[in-house]
Design a protein around this ligand. Structure first.
Ligand SMILES: Nc1ncnc2c1ncn2[C@@H]1O[C@H](COP(=O)(O)OP(=O)(O)OP(=O)(O)O)[C@@H](O)[C@H]1O
Ligand SMILES: [Mg+2]
Length: 389
């Protein structure tokens, strides 16, 4: 290693003569810092982090041995060379036991001093690099261990999800079959029942649609278990919207909330996955419905095609979201709802789905006034639009 003036050598000696001769010898090659006492030297150490300390053993008040102890408390890696007078061999050996790197006799030989400084500055640098690399390695290792643990957890979760989805499928198929049967029977009996039919067939249609949605979700979860990514394809927003409206209506009715739609998706087509999108949008609407209170509770859902995006906006005049809630809103299982009312998974799922669609989820909220959530999704053709757009 070539000596570098950026390398610092700290000399601690109460005698001016040796202190100045070391400074003179090393200046130009190293940055030399000098201290007259242990206390002054230790204070300089903390500020300057030298690469080598040269310290006299015999000093009034605190000796070099005391200094060595204090230095080692602060820095285990820096090389420390002790300067000893004649006949102080025992003290020098004690210094080595306490962690000194070497000792030189006073008066010192200049060549010996230069060689020692070069060697021990280099030793400190190597030690510091070694420990730094070891720490980096430990960090990488613990990250790997954590990643592995979370991968295993994900794999177990994926398998459980697939099994639940699989078990749900059969009863869902049965419900779906009976809904179809009922729809057909109702159709046949329509003339006989006349006015008594009321909204029954509409209700049945909503049930049928939601059962089909459950079947699609169950199919998707089974795939998730096999670690296959969601299948994406051209998805017309106008088709999705019909299902959104149908899905939200019973929830709004059960909570006695007034919900309005202003859907103008035009011919907006996105590259997406329909059941996933329905999940994402439904979660936002469900939150809005649950945030407002009757009789003035109101939710407005709108959809508009812009130049490169389609924007779905869910606006409510509910409780609004406090900053401390908003901070955690995407954390799985974070909920402010009472037990049994919310799992806290809604926004975590929605965020993941919207990101998978390369979209954005934006919150504009005022506590006690309401919340406006915008789901912004890129149009299928937007991918071909120049990036300056
Ligand atoms: N429109 C909103 N108005 C007020 N608070 C909201 C709104 N949307 C979300 N929140 C707050 O964010 C929290 C987290 O929402 P998230 O949808 O993730 O879970 P949840 O609704 O509590 O439960 P889940 O959706 O699983 O039934 C909610 O508990 C609620 O405090
Ligand atoms: Mg929710």
């Amino acid at each position: 290693m070539i000596a570098d003036p950026a390398h610092k050598v700290l000399v601690i000696d109460d005698e001016l003569g040796p202190r100045e001769s070391i400074r003179f010898l090393l200046k130009g090659t190293y940055e030399v810092l000098c201290a007259e006492s242990v206390d002054e030297g230790v204070a300089l150490m903390r500020e300057e982090h030298p690469d080598l300390v040269i310290m006299d053993i015999r000093m009034p008040r605190k000796s070099g041995i005391d200094g060595l102890r204090e230095i080692r408390e602060h820095d285990k890696l820096v090389s420390v060379v002790m300067l000893t007078g004649y006949g102080a061999l025992e003290t020098a050996q004690e210094a080595l036991r306490l962690g000194a790197t070497d000792y030189l006799s006073k008066p010192f030989d200049t060549n010996e001093m230069l060689a020692a400084v070069k060697r021990y500055v280099e030793r400190t640098c190597i030690e510091r690099r070694r420990v730094g690399m070891l720490e980096d390695l430990q960090q990488v290792n613990s990250r790997l261990v954590n990643d592995l643990a979370s991968k295993e957890e994900q794999a177990t979760m994926a398998q459980s999800t697939a099994e639940i989805a699989h078990d749900m499928r059969n009863p869902l198929m049965i419900v779906s079959g009976y809904v179809e049967l009922l729809t057909n029977q109702l159709e046949e009996a329509k003339d006989d029942l006349g006015g008594r039919l009321g909204s029954t067939s509409d209700y049945l249609e909503v049930i049928g649609q939601n059962v089909r949605r459950c079947c699609e979700l169950s199919h998707m979860w089974q795939k998730y278990g096999k670690a296959t990514l969601t299948e994406f394809g051209p998805t017309a927003l106008s088709d999705v919207i019909e299902d959104i409206v149908m899905g939200a209506a019973p929830l709004a009715a059960s909570e006695d909330v007034d919900i309005n739609y202003d859907m103008q998706p035009g011919d907006a087509v996105i590259n997406g996955n329909r059941p996933q999108l329905l999940r994402a949008i439904h979660n936002v609407i469900a939150n809005a419905i649950q945030a407002v209170s009757p009789p003035d509770g109101h939710v407005q859902v709108s959809c508009e095609k812009a130049e490169y995006t389609v924007n779905i906006v869910v606006d409510d005049n509910g409780s609004g979201i406090k900053a401390e809630v908003l901070e955690h809103i995407f954390e799985p299982y974070y909920t402010t709802k009472e037990d049994g009312k919310g799992t806290g998974l809604g926004m975590a799922i929605t965020k993941r789905i919207i990101e998978e669609h390369h979209g954005q989820l934006l919150f504009d909220t005022r506590p006690d006034e309401g919340t406006k959530v915008t789901i912004q999704l890129p149009l299928e053709t937007a991918a071909a639009v120049p990036s300056a757009a």
